[in-house]
Structures are given as structure tokens and as C-alpha cells.
Design a protein. Structure first.
Length: 254
């Protein structure tokens, strides 16, 4: 975490501690670079305006001089088009506005850091048994933390997702086919918050936001049909995985 204001440092430290994430603090970009040379990190939360070396300068050095691809999220109190364009130009992966939204921060960190977990399953076929590999799309770390591992509450949250998601997916597909933009906008809007709650990659959350934007304007339609299909696939896979989680929690509880 690269931040020069003590109060902001304490606030961010409290959030990251609550997430269960270990962290180091650097007061400016120059100190952050020195830490990167000697330590190993998964992600950088980078303030933009700092003394000695600001966030833009530090990110440019990390990308061009150090040739590092470490994910960098910009922290900014002043979200402007100019700033966001500059963030992108120097190689930042994402940004979040101050004051920081806790759920959004967690979602962005997980989306950039989380590596897919390969689950191996025995699968019977006519020739005997073979191994099938499948990428897991959910990560319940956020849900576990928010429910304090309460099995009853977790089962209730999972049940609500399983109840609401398939009808929303059907509505999304149908309204897209029918060019019912108001219904499409509404369906996707209701789906979006569940991505971070169930630990689904922010790639799909961003995809859903693009579909939502398209529903609102009907402009820049390129790739939208494929995005609708991908959203359907990932949500249905999440439902299948969550059914398994639900049964596991239920059996463990029993």
C-alpha cells in the first residue's frame, strides 16, 4: 500500500486486516520501489498524489524500468477523465475512488490476484474412469468473512443466489433477443452485485457493466452477444458450484 497520509494508511490497514491480507506500507513511490526490489508482493494499492515520487511516476518506473507486471490499483480522491486516462497510460490495472468502498476494494483485489483453482473430478465413461479438469469460478472468501463462517447464514445467502440468478439469466437472454433494452438493463443491473459476493472474477463484472451500458445507449454493440453468452455460462457454472457448496455445508452442519 503506497499512501502518504497517516489517517488514510490506518483506514486502509484496517480494511486489509479485516480481509485477512498481509500488507506493507510505503509513504511514497520511491519507498515502494525500494520495497519491491527486496520483497515479494501480489498487488500494489497506489495513491496518485504523493511527495518525492507520485503514483504515476512510480507506476511508470515499475513497468518500464523494473519490467514488472505486478497488478496496480490506483487510489484517487479525484476521479477525472484525465486522471483515469493517465492511469491507463502508465500501466495501472484498475482504480478505486476514495473514500474506498470496502466491497468494491475486495472485489478488485481478488479479481486481479486470484488464480483459478483446478479441481480434478472422477468422471465415469464407457471405457472406465478418466480425469476431467474444470476451472472453479467461485471463491467464497468474501462470503465466509461477511457471514463470520455462520453455516446457516451462508446457506441462506447461497440459496438466495440460486433462487434469483437463473430467472435473471433467462430474462437477460430473452430481453436481448427481443431488444427490450429496459428489461435487459434491469436484469444485468440486478446480477452485477453478486459477482463480488460470490467471488466471481471482476472480468465478468466488467463484462456485465458493458452489457448494461449497451442496454442504456444501444451504442458500441461489438462483442455484446458473446458477452451475454459468457455471462450466462459463468453464472450457471457458479450455480452448479454453489449447489455443491450448499450440500457440503449442510452435511458438515448435520
Amino acid at each position: 500500500m503506497v499512501e502518504d497520509i497517516a489517517l488514510n494508511q490506518l483506514l486502509m490497514k484496517t480494511l486489509l486486516d479485516d480481509f485477512g491480507f498481509e500488507q506493507d506500507i510505503a509513504n511514497n513511490g520511491k519507498i515502494a520501489i525500494e520495497k519491491l526490489k527486496t520483497g515479494s508482493y501480489d498487488i500494489i494499492l497506489m495513491d496518485l498524489q504523493m511527495p518525492e515520487m507520485n503514483g504515476f511516476e512510480a507506476t511508470e518506473y515499475i513497468r518500464k524500468t523494473m519490467n514488472s507486471k505486478i497488478p496496480i490499483i490506483a487510489l484517487t480522491a479525484d476521479v477525472t477523465t484525465v486522471d483515469l486516462a493517465k492511469c491507463n497510460a502508465v500501466g495501472m490495472n484498475d482504480y478505486i475512488a476514495k473514500p474506498v468502498d470496502e466491497r468494491l476494494l475486495y472485489s478488485k483485489i481478488i479479481g486481479l490476484v486470484m488464480k483459478p483453482v483446478v479441481i480434478k473430478q472422477d468422471q465415469e465413461n464407457i471405457n472406465g474412469s478418466s480425469m476431467a479438469e474444470k476451472l472453479r469460478c467461485i471463491d467464497l472468501a468474501y462470503l465466509i468473512r461477511r457471514t463470520k463462517s455462520d453455516p446457516k447464514l451462508m446457506m441462506e445467502m447461497i440459496s438466495l443466489y440460486l433462487e434469483q440468478t437463473p430467472p435473471l439469466i433467462r430474462l437477460m437472454k430473452q430481453s436481448f433477443r427481443d431488444k427490450d433494452w429496459i428489461s435487459l438493463y434491469s436484469a444485468v443491473h440486478k446480477i452485477i452485485p453478486s459477482f463480488s459476493i460470490m467471488g466471481i472474477s471482476t472480468d465478468f463484472e466488467n463484462m456485465a457493466k458493458k452489457v448494461q451500458e449497451y442496454a442504456g445507449s444501444q451504442q458500441q454493440a461489438e462483442g455484446i452477444p458473446d458477452m451475454v453468452l459468457q455471462l450466462e455460462n459463468v453464472c450457471m457454472q457458479a450455480c452448479n458450484e454453489l449447489k455443491e457448496e450448499f450440500n457440503t455445508i449442510k452435511n458438515t452442519k448435520a
